[in-house]
Design a protein around this ligand. Structure first.
Ligand SMILES: [Zn+2]
Length: 456
């Protein structure tokens, strides 16, 4: 399998530490606000990658951290007059609730920063002892000029990184690129003991410690959104390099969600939360939209692109209903895979080429057309088998196909039954009235040989 490696700046063959197992660390959220579409995108992109490894029968150890102590959490706690751990717990719950709605598999481990403070203090102590870090009046910093190869991940030399770095006021650093390992706390802030004084760890230390502790040296994939390449990931590598620890073998980064060409972010205040999106769209539409774009490209998510995805999803669901209603006796999934191996080879070829999911989605829609044409021509069984191929491919990417009429509420069920009765009695006026009432409830109504079917 080939994947683009940020450190190498090209698509390369993925080699694994253990041939049967994939170890992945994907930087998770700082829990101080509800997740927005940018979070949804990276979580979905890495969920798709993880599910594809599972489809290929690898064991996957997937670690994604929860940053539960940070300046933004402290700020929010102060604004709302709450404790930082209350803010963190609220938004961690919200994170997992929304990830669940997006059908994102739970990480194998979701370590919290606050559970690893001792290990972080140990790592900082080692960096100070080895003379890679220095103490100032506000904390401990890593001295970047002492790190060999700094800038290799972002593909820039130290001088150009330096001129682009923001120098923050009140920082007592030797160079603008030096970064905080331990931040001394103000009296009212949450703090932990350390030989350097009461304080809290820096974010870059959190991820290097938790990834190495849970996955061990030389783990396979480190991922995140592109804005984490510099400084976050570069600084994680810097600490591992200073301590001569083998770090991630492969770096995978996904593109941004953009709004009119600009990155969607909390700080730019141009974001849509996942909750806002899910109030109007099927969560599966977002997954489909993400599959239709390449993971490294920027992605505009607008009302229009989502509506197009809603319609495309309706085509898939409608094929699902069509073949389900036939009640055919189909071969099981492993027989389908053997019988139609050429389609699965096509799927794997695209996925193995740096996750070419746009190609896979065209394959999916071609297969759906093929299945429908066969059924239109009376080859119902063959059509249903081709549909079964499509369903296996969709599900391996976390895209479940379903009949939304299976989830009918009692009112809708009652209206459907009354409409069927009216049609049997040839009372078409009543049948039309009920159709309008169903439409007002948001249902699309179809007349089939088996009676009224409704779906959203
Ligand atoms: Zn991280």
């Amino acid at each position: 399998m080939k994947l683009y490696d940020t450190a190498e700046g090209k698509v390369t063959e993925l080699t694994l530490r253990n041939p049967k197992e994939v170890s992945m660390y994907v930087c998770g959220p700082t829990v101080y606000a509800p997740p927005h579409l940018g979070h949804g995108r990276f979580a979905l992109n890495f969920d798709i990658l993880r599910r594809y490894f599972l489809y290929l029968n690898y064991k996957v150890i997937y670690v994604s951290n929860i940053t539960d102590i940070d300046d933004k959490i402290i700020q929010r706690a102060n604004q709302e007059n709450k404790l930082t751990n209350e803010i963190a717990a609220t938004y961690e719950n919200k994170w997992f609730e929304d990830m669940g709605k997006l059908n994102i598999l739970k990480p194998t481990y979701s370590p919290h920063a606050t559970e690893y403070i001792e290990a972080m203090v140990d790592l900082i102590k080692k960096l100070v002892e080895a003379d890679y870090a220095y103490e100032t009046e506000d904390g401990i910093y890593l001295e970047v000029s002492k790190i060999q190869n700094y800038g290799f991940l972002s593909g820039q030399d130290v001088n150009s990184l330096k001129s682009g770095a923001r120098v923050e006021i009140n920082e007592k650093k030797k160079s603008p690129l030096d970064f905080t390992l331990w931040k001394l706390s103000k009296p009212s802030e949450p703090s932990w003991p350390s030989p350097f004084g009461m304080g809290r760890p820096g974010w870059h230390t959190e991820c290097v410690v938790m990834s190495l502790q849970l996955l061990g040296e030389g783990f396979d994939i480190h991922g995140g959104a592109q804005d984490l390449i510099f400084p976050h990931h570069e600084n994680e590598v810097a600490q591992a390099t200073a301590l001569s620890q083998k770090f991630a073998k492969h770096w995978v980064h996904c593109g941004f969600v953009t709004v009119s060409g600009e990155k969607m972010s909390k700080s730019l205040n141009n974001y849509t939360t996942l909750e806002e999106l899910l109030a109007f769209h099927d969560a599966r539409s977002l997954r489909l939209l993400i599959l239709q774009s390449h993971y490294r490209s920027p992605l505009e998510i607008t009302k229009e692109t989502l509506e197009t995805a809603d319609n495309a999803l309706a085509r898939l669901d409608s094929a699902y209903r069509r073949f389900k209603d036939q009640h055919l006796d189909l071969p099981d999934n492993s027989s389908i895979k053997t019988m139609y191996s050429k389609y699965f080879e096509e799927f794997e070829l695209a996925m193995n080429n740096d996750l070419d999911t746009p190609k896979v989605t065209s394959q999916i829609f071609n297969l759906i057309s093929q299945a429908n044409t066969m059924a239109d021509n009376g080859q119902i069984q063959e059509g249903a088998e081709i549909f079964a191929v499509t369903k296996i491919i969709c599900e391996s990417l976390g895209l479940e196909l379903k009949d939304s009429s299976e989830e009918l509420d009692p009112t809708t069920l009652d209206l459907v039954a009354k409409r069927d009765a009216a049609r049997i009695n040839k009372d078409f006026k009543a049948a039309d009235e009920i159709r309008n009432r169903l439409a007002l409830l948001g249902w699309t109504v179809e007349d089939t040989a088996l009676g009224t079917r409704v779906h959203r």
